[in-house]
Design a binder for this molecule. Structure first.
Ligand SMILES: C[S@@+](CC[C@H](N)C(=O)[O-])C[C@H]1O[C@@H](n2cnc3c(N)ncnc32)[C@H](O)[C@@H]1O
Length: 258
């Protein structure tokens, strides 16, 4: 039976690889490498660095998976569904063409495969269609854990929940949520539009775990402009940016009770 390993490789620092991930890298015959175009070249370099450092006897093959651009019509869910159908078709074809009957293929997933990554969803679609393979998931240290570690904070305050959301949904989610909110995939500096920023604390991190890491924390009303400026400068300098942040209202109910 063909086997597929979905390996979380951490969010940018090769030292984030777990022993389990390193062992999985060494079991793969074929690596499926998504090609998302030039703007993601830095991520491709990271994957190459990880393979060069941790694979003991390089005997693997690499297969590039072309990733089409997602349509940007207003129907977001329909766009994603159509996009996934196209990627799924590529996976199905490449599994058949590139993987022998008893070989092991692997996807190297940025951060953790369970967080804002569709590899597992795509594999489920193939299994539902009757494509035969076994798969294993190896968790990784994602941007959320990296953010908390670098700022030296717990994600939750005592007895309060944590919500993980996107920049696109922040305006809707933040005012309604009673605890901490972690924001990923924010291309439009949504934190600048949060009402009453003087009552909000933010822990922001860009390029977490890498040599280019930038961290800012403080009252949103005081650091918002600085984050916006640093973000724009870094984006200009590197040509791309990945940032994650946590926000919460200062002095939540449980904080006062403890
Ligand atoms: C498609 S999601 C992938 C998340 C990944 N699976 C994880 O567990 O971190 C990409 C988003 O993750 C966040 N991210 C990933 N790596 C990051 C890093 N090194 N520093 C800051 N944010 C990062 C950013 O919010 C980025 O927009």
């Amino acid at each position: 039976m063909r086997k597929i390993l979905v390996i979380g490789i951490g969010a940018g620092n090769p030292d984030y690889l777990t022993v389990q991930a390193i062992e999985a890298l060494n079991r793969a015959d074929v690596f499926f490498i998504p090609d998302k175009g030039t703007e993601k070249a830095a991520l491709r370099l990271f994957r190459e660095e990880v393979c060069a450092r941790f694979i003991r006897e390089p005997r693997f093959r690499e297969v590039v998976v072309p990733i089409p651009r997602r349509a940007e019509t207003p129907d977001y869910r329909a766009n994603v569904d159509e996009w996934h159908a196209a990627i799924e078709a590529s996976y199905e074809r490449l599994f058949a063409e590139a993987l022998g009957p008893d070989e092991t293929g692997a996807f190297l997933v940025w951060g953790d495969p369970a967080v804002y990554d569709s590899t597992l969803r795509l594999l489920d679609r193939l299994l539902a269609k009757g494509v035969a393979f076994e798969h294993e998931v190896i968790p990784g240290i994602g941007a959320i854990q990296a953010l908390a570690a670098q700022h030296k904070i717990p994600l939750n305050r005592i007895a309060e929940p944590v919500l993980i959301t996107t920049g696109r949904r922040l305006g809707e989610d933040f005012p309604r949520h009673p605890g901490s909110v972690v924001v990923m995939l924010d291309g439009t500096v949504s934190f600048t539009r949060v009402p009453e920023p003087e009552t909000v604390e933010i822990y922001w991190g860009a390029y977490l775990g890498t040599k280019d890491e930038i961290l800012v924390a403080g009252r949103l009303s005081e650091v918002c402009g600085e984050i916006e400026r640093l973000r724009a400068e870094a984006r200009e300098k590197h040509g791309w940016i990945m940032d994650t942040y946590l926000m919460r209202r200062v002095g939540g109910a449980s904080e006062q009770a403890e």
